[in-house]
Write a protein that binds this ligand. Structure first.
Ligand code: FAD
Length: 413
């Protein structure tokens, strides 16, 4: 039985452990520097969005990003600093932000997202309830620019056959279950959502019952290399030997694989969420507020607002102006929402692992035989966790992958 060490106990590491364990031929250890499920997979919006087929690198994003840089409350920010890795990443991002890239990548993301939604439904049946609900995603817009953005998404949806509907202003309240101040909206009925902390907790609990070993609060300090092989990982107590190592360390992954000479272009993109007890006037299904990019998610026992994308490095400090902007956005679109004061919210920051072309990397690390990488899921890590796990298990076991993994290769840069 081959031993596998998975570095990272987030959605991606846990889903990889699930599918490897199901295959049956591995003894698995999941290591995390903190608590299991406490990284970016904890406080995100929980959208499971087969509608999100347009990668972050898309036409118009660069010019919009530049305009947003001047606005301290905008959903996008780059912390000015001297960082050659960031410059290289931004250059590659600019190269990728073309319509050709979108035309090529959207069907890849669509296939992955649809497979993942199907697998996530099956996962819940096996590991227990994580509040998965298929109630669609509504994108209300308040401006001409917002409508144009939705039109671009709808064009892509038509091209790829993704179910969607335009919602007139006077029908928004009925669909959302609360008043919505907007000119109209675009609705994706095939989208779903789940409670992300319950998703990771259910996987963790189930895997522990199945004999997967967990080592929380155990930072991996490096990889132990032996020729083209990785012999294990370095932790405070010494070397933890393994036949195979999977790096699923989210925004921290690039640092780990650099030790074996592979430069993964990955930037952490910070986002925030505010979680409240369910307020009066809460919508009954998830919304994505088009202009502000704020995600609004009603859970069974909580209500969450999430947003912003800050390229500020590997740090989790809170930018209060942007946190307040998320809070205020909800009131701008939802006039009857009675949000408690911001002080009563659980305020959280997380780091999305972002590649410059907006596609994840699921592959063996170039130049090694037994080191695997599963990261770069940006704003889709919950949506894509299940299919990534399935792909990791298939690639490692030499089974036919569910979806051709070529666009996710590590040597594409
Ligand atoms: C505000 C916000 C909203 C979002 N909304 C959505 C959404 O609605 N839908 C969606 O699909 N995605 C969403 N995302 C993105 C999603 O949260 C991420 O893509 C996903 O959580 C990434 O999962 P991961 O397992 O790769 O990373 P993580 O969950 O960060 O897990 C990586 C783990 O690796 C551990 N680790 C790192 N380095 C080491 C080391 N050296 N040793 C040991 N352990 C290590 C970390 O402690 C961490 O627990 C959102 C993100 C943010 C910030």
């Amino acid at each position: 039985m081959a031993s596998v060490v998975i570095v990272g106990g987030g959605a991606i590491g846990l889903a990889s452990a699930f599918f490897l364990q199901r295959g049956g031929d591995f003894s698995i250890t999941v290591i995390d520097q903190g608590a299991i499920g406490d990284g970016c997979s904890y406080g995100n919006a929980g959208f499971l969005s087969p509608s999100h087929v347009v990668p972050l690198a898309a036409p118009g994003v660069v010019s919009k990003g530049l305009r947003w840089l001047l606005d301290p409350e905008s959903p996008f920010y780059i912390r000015p600093r001297w960082d050659p890795e960031l410059f290289r990443w931004l250059w590659r991002f600019r190269q990728a932000a073309t319509s050709t890239h979108v035309v090529r990548s959207a069907p890849v993301l669509q296939a992955l997202l649809e497979r993942s939604r199907e697998l996530t439904v099956q996962l819940q049946e096996v590991v227990g309830d994580f509040e998965l609900r298929r109630e669609g995603l509504l994108m209300p817009f308040q401006s001409k620019e917002g409508r144009q953005e939705c039109e671009a998404l709808a064009r892509e949806a038509v091209r790829l056959g993704i179910a969607h509907a335009w919602i007139a202003a006077e029908q928004l309240a009925e669909l959302a279950g609360t008043e919505v101040r907007a000119q109209g909206g675009l609705f994706f009925p095939g989208d779903a959502h789940l409670r992300p902390d319950r998703f990771t907790a259910a996987l963790h609990r189930y895997l522990e019952q199945q004999g997967v070993r967990f080592l929380p609060n155990t930072p991996v300090r490096g990889l132990v290399r032996r020729g083209f092989q990785v012999a294990g990982v370095q932790v405070a107590e010494g070397t933890l030997e393994a036949d195979l190592v999977v790096v699923a360390a989210g925004a921290w992954s690039a640092e780990l694989v650099r030790a074996v000479g592979y430069r993964l272009p990955l930037q952490p993109a910070k986002g925030y969420s505010l979680t409240f007890t369910p307020p009066e006037g809460m919508p009954r299904r998830p919304l994505l507020l088009t202009e502000t990019k704020v995600a609004v998610t009603p859970f069974r026992e909580a209500f969450r607002l999430a947003g912003t994308l800050e390229l500020a490095g590997l740090e989790l400090s809170l930018n209060w102006r942007r946190v307040q902007a998320i809070y205020r956005a909800a009131g701008r679109y939802l006039p009857t929402l009675r949000l408690p004061a911001m002080e009563q919210a659980e305020i959280w920051a997380g780091l999305r692992p972002c590649t410059p072309d907006g596609l994840p990397v699921v592959d063996r690390v170039p130049g090694t035989d037994n080191l695997w990488l599963a990261t770069g899921h940006a704003m889709l890590g919950i949506s894509l966790a299940a299919v990534t796990g399935e792909l990791v298990a298939a690639l490692i076991s030499g089974a036919a992958p569910p979806i051709a993994p070529t666009p996710l290769r590590a040597d594409r840069w």
